[in-house]
Design a binder for this molecule. Structure first.
Ligand code: ADP
Ligand code: ZN
Length: 810
């Protein structure tokens, strides 16, 4: 028997190992195994088993051990990751690394043992102390002990040198961070088998999201599923689960009437209004049916979407199923997390990106064991090992942070669509400002549309004023270098005098985005990136927002030698300074990545604002995220078009969303709210529509632009990026690639052209953008491009990256 094993290494392939006779019984698909890789060992996941080896060149080594008991990764999750790897064109190893906890929950203990003769003088001096220490310990020394005594810096390199010289041997021992031997529920109590065979990628079976299946049938498709039930959520299972719980939420017996919703559960929140009731009714019916049902819940800011989610979750729990709530940036919304915690205490697991591996593991097991019933988390929670997933909520579905940019690019909302469909779960995409992609799916009849058009507290949407910064009368009130116009100052004064609170939003941190010479015009740029360094007065330095390069502030121009440096433009730090100076005696605070990065700092600021000890809060888009401040009556948007200037076809959409979301913080409770939008471009359709609370007029205009320019949701995109630290090598590669692409007809290909951010962290970057109407030809075009590019990269330091459905075009 042979095992195809996925290893957490950035390689496209699965690795073939022989399963020794003694391990045959224990080795099942989804199990964790210890396998030899070169001279070392690694923990991997068995993807599939076969009688003949899939890989036939060279020697096949036996795997070393099966870890734990039973599958670690069920078939459903393996198929999801397979789908991701194929659709996003990423190596399966990288996908496993991204989706699963580090080292698959094991950590490696290494012990180094001296093998050689006594230490002699011909060892490089840097190795001598290490060698001496090792030589004098008979039982060897562990990696930790060595790190404690010799420091971590350079340790690995020195150990490698000793290993290569054959002077030391290493013993590896992988220890679990989690309970071994715990039997996952799919083994101990198999769920009924699915009524229909599901698979993540049959041809022509399009998911409803951006993500469409790739046209090639994968190798591992259609393999008989012998290890576990591969699908939950079909009606049969739901009925079984419900009956077992002795509860009834759906079949009509013993129903209670509350809010007019059949089988309603006692509420712990406010009584729902009619709009919310209508939404919950639809969701309850879909949950009762137990099949995939996608919804777009479009609800204005403060319309009580969260209460609707709560009700849906409770119903899902009644059915004995699990619920997943995805939020864009969990660390930024402690208030929201607290609401969920208050509601679902004992059954809640919170997935945090900063969570240590062992904690992530405890949750992994609790979810797999079914003890954790509600999971709230940011995008990576979409990979949690649910066994009975019944409901997936994607809150603020339009939010760009659902797209992972680094490493393996994937879109968590789109993965949520795919996963819900495969397990037969109800999916709710919620937002006040839905993405054009999701609205297009409503139009195509793929999502059902739910709307909440009024605020739940009975408050009106805020009054929106645009302040034209070109207007001479407005300009008169702006002293040179100032950011707050007379009308905005006046409004701030009124609100704070009346004991109310103000939020000032500017989407740019730091003091000023550049420092340049007034004589020769030279700006101080980052040595690693093609951007100007941002002036940060408080840190007393010039900082690169891409690579964190920091250098001291200077008065002297490095180019012409004159004492003539001046800052240009402004950021939140400067806004805070001006606000403090303009409103003496008023308590002002700033919330951006610089002030809110320490642990607990963000919560402190939010709490201080909520309790009123801060009267004016200045901040970046961090302040726009779902917060609820009852006493906040005025939002000032200091320069609305900052987000319009990005080299990106979504910049208008993002601006509309940002303005609407930040405006939505005003007047959410009893006090009426108003919003002042300062801009040089008040007639811009995104700002006009936001000012009129008019999503549909924005969408209508934006759609026309997208259709004409050939962008999503009308076309699909793949961005291929190549980069290299050697500029000439990149230029040469670009020329060759351009020649090879000359005959390419089928897909529309833009580029190769230098990326807008040409140099990033020392790498020069070029883009090729592929556009197509259907995913099949788009993927095919990308594969051809990658094959051709791959041939050209030989012997160069060119790195190729693929981004399917790209969101970032820098
Ligand atoms: P959204 O998520 O749509 O922005 P929230 O769910 O945060 O809105 O609700 C906004 C506020 O309205 C919250 O303070 C919430 O407690 C309150 N709320 C929600 N539903 C109701 C209701 N039916 N009656 C009164 N208040 C409600
Ligand atoms: Zn930089």
């Amino acid at each position: 028997m042979f095992a195809q094993v996925a290893l957490p290494v950035p390689l496209r392939n699965l690795f073939t190992y022989e399963v020794p006779a003694t391990l045959k019984a224990a080795c099942q698909p989804g199990c964790l195994v210890l396998v030899p890789v070169g001279p070392a060992s690694r923990v991997g996941v068995v993807w599939e088993l076969s009688d003949t080896p899939v890989w036939q060149e060279g020697t096949i080594r036996p795997l070393l051990d099966v870890l734990g008991e039973g599958p670690f990764l069920n078939a459903e999750l393996r198929r999801l990751l397979d789908w991701l790897a194929r659709y996003y064109m990423q190596p399966i190893g990288s996908v496993v690394t991204t989706a699963l906890p580090g080292h698959l929950g094991f950590h490696r203990k290494r012990r180094f043992l001296w093998q050689g003769k006594p230490v002699t003088g011909d060892l490089p001096p840097a190795l001598l102390p290490l060698a001496t220490a090792l030589q004098t310990r008979k039982g060897g020394l562990t990696e930790e002990t060595l790190a404690r005594n010799f420091g971590r810096t350079g340790l690995q390199g020195r150990l490698r040198q000793l290993l290569e010289r054959g002077l030391v041997a290493v013993e590896e021992n992988w220890q679990p961070r989690h309970r071994t031997g715990a039997t996952p529920p799919e083994v101990s109590s198999p769920l009924p088998s699915p009524t229909t065979q599901t698979g993540y990628s049959p041809v022509n079976d399009a998911p409803d999201c951006q993500g469409q299946p790739v046209n090639d049938t994968p190798d591992c498709q259609g393999q008989p599923v012998n290890d576990a039930p591969d699908c939950q959520g079909q009606p049969d299972m739901v009925r079984v689960a419900t009956a077992q719980n002795g509860q009834d939420g759906m079949n009509g017996q013993g129903r209670t009437e509350q809010n007019g919703i059949p089988g309603s559960i006692p509420e712990r929140g406010p009584p729902l209004n009619a709009g919310q009731v209508a939404c919950v009714q639809e969701l309850a019916a879909a949950l009762a049916a137990g099949i995939y049902a996608p919804f777009l819940l479009e609800g204005v800011t403060g319309s009580g979407k969260t209460e609707v989610y709560f009700q849906a979750v409770e119903r899902c729990l009644q059915q004995g199923r699990q619920a997943l709530l995805l939020v864009p940036e969990i660390a930024l919304t402690p208030q929201l997390v607290a609401r969920y915690r208050a509601r679902f205490q004992h059954t809640l697991a919170i997935f945090h990106s900063g969570m240590p591996d062992n904690k992530r593991f405890a949750y992994w097991q609790a979810i797999q064991g079914g003890e954790a019933r509600v999971v709230i988390g940011a995008r990576s929670a979409i990979f949690a090992p649910f066994v009975r997933l019944g409901l997936v909520v994607v809150d603020e579905e339009h939010d760009g942070s659902y797209k992972q940019e680094e490493g393996v690019p994937y879109h968590a909302r789109d993965m949520a669509v795919v996963r819900s469909r495969e397990v037969g779960a109800v999916l709710v995409l919620g937002s006040a400002t839905p993405s054009l992609e999701s609205l297009a799916n409503v139009e195509r009849g793929r999502y059902r549309h739910l709307t909440l058009s009024e605020r739940a507290t009975g408050a009106a949407l805020p009054h929106m004023h645009r302040v034209d910064l070109k207007d001479p009368q407005v300009r008169e009130t702006l002293a040179s270098g100032q950011l707050l116009s007379g009308v905005l100052r006046q409004a701030i004064t009124e609100e704070v005098t009346n004991g109310r609170q103000v939020l000032l939003f500017l989407n740019r941190r730091g003091y000023a985005p550049s420092l340049l010479c007034r004589r020769c015009g030279a700006a101080i740029t980052c040595p690693n990136c093609s951007v100007a360094l941002t002036l940060h007065k408080q840190r007393g330095g010039l900082l690169c927002h891409y690579c964190d390069h920091l250098r001291p502030i200077t008065d002297i121009c490095g180019v012409c030698g004159q004492m003539s440096m001046a800052h240009l433009g402004f950021g939140t730090e400067q806004l805070e300074e001006e606000t403090r100076n303009s409103f003496p005696g008023i308590r002002v605070a700033r919330m951006d990545r610089d002030t809110a990065s320490g642990s607990g700092r963000l919560e402190e600021i939010l709490e201080a604002f909520r309790t009123g000890s801060i009267q004016i809060l200045v901040g970046t888009q961090m302040v726009a995220k779902g917060h609820h401040f009852p006493n906040l009556s005025l939002v000032g948007i200091v320069l609305a078009e900052t987000s319009l200037w990005q080299p990106d076809f979504r910049s208008a959409e993002r601006t509309f969303q940002l303005v609407t979301q930040v405006a939505g913080r005003a007047g959410r409770d009893r006090i009426p709210g108003r919003v002042m939008i300062q801009t040089y471009d008040p007639a811009h359709y995104a700002l006009q529509a936001a000012a009129n609370h008019d999503l549909s007029s924005f969408v209508a205009t934006e759609k026309e632009f997208r259709r004409e320019a050939g962008y999503p949701p009308f076309r699909r995109l793949i961005l291929v990026r190549f980069s290299t630290p050697v500029q000439e090598e990149g230029e040469r590669f670009r020329r060759h690639l351009k020649e090879t692409l000359a005959g390419e007809q089928e897909a529309r290909i833009l580029g190769p052209a230098p990326a807008p951010l040409f140099k990033l962290r020392g790498w020069f970057r070029w883009h090729v953008l592929l556009k197509e109407t259907d995913t099949g030809s788009l993927h095919a075009a990308a594969r051809r491009l990658l094959t051709q590019a791959g041939k050209l990269t030989g012997g160069t330091r060119i790195r190729l990256e693929v981004d399917v459905d790209p969101y970032s075009f820098f």
